[in-house]
Write a protein that binds this ligand. Structure first.
Ligand SMILES: [Zn+2]
Length: 181
């Protein structure tokens, strides 16, 4: 989707969440989202360079990154080592608390059930992600775990931030994989 289309869509989403803000104020918020998503993309690129599925995440508190992570499942042969889990664990270590209230997580791809679960367990405020995962996403695609009213904690969700770039990295990775099979 083009930037021109994404920005108004995001602004509308944000306007719904943040009351008493003008349209133009929300532009600054969008730029901030993009700034942190670029950091998540840097993490995703690190995974790509390690021949891991290129997903990256950062946890932000008060405008500062307190946890970063990229997928390390292959390298460590551990199914739990997704970008989000690593970023959340690093953030909890930095905050010296498992409770990450006031924190937002930025992920390049919609989270799986395990990571969506960790976001609920960590009591994060918001989830901002890039591209949807129609085959496994649990923030609106297959399930909407992070916004399920039956849980004792829910997250605000913003999707589509740098969607093209986040998705393209995945497309490139799997195309490359198929070529070398
Ligand atoms: Zn995951």
């Amino acid at each position: 989707m083009s930037r021109q289309l994404i920005l108004p869509k995001l602004c509308v989403t944000i306007l719904k969440g943040i009351k008493n803000r003008t349209y133009f104020e929300t532009w600054d918020v969008v730029l901030l989202y993009e700034e942190f998503m670029r950091e998540a993309l840097k993490e995703a690129q690190k995974a790509y360079d390690l021949d891991e599925v290129p997903i990256g995440a950062v946890v932000v508190k008060d405008g500062e990154i307190i946890g970063r992570g990229h997928n390390l499942r292959e390298k460590d042969q551990d199914p739990t080592l997704h970008a989000e889990i690593i970023a959340i664990a690093n953030a909890a270590r930095a905050a010296k608390s498992w409770r990450l209230t006031g924190c937002d997580i930025y992920v390049t791809i919609e989270p799986c059930p395990m990571c969506a679960g960790a976001m609920i367990q960590g009591r994060l405020d918001s989830l901002i992600f890039g591209a949807k995962d129609p085959k496994g996403g649990c923030a609106g695609s297959l399930y909407d775990l992070v916004r399920d009213q039956r849980f004792n904690h829910r997250l605000e969700v913003i999707d589509g931030v740098l969607e093209d770039e986040c998705g393209q990295l995945m497309t490139d990775f799997f195309r490359e994989k198929r070529k070398h099979r």
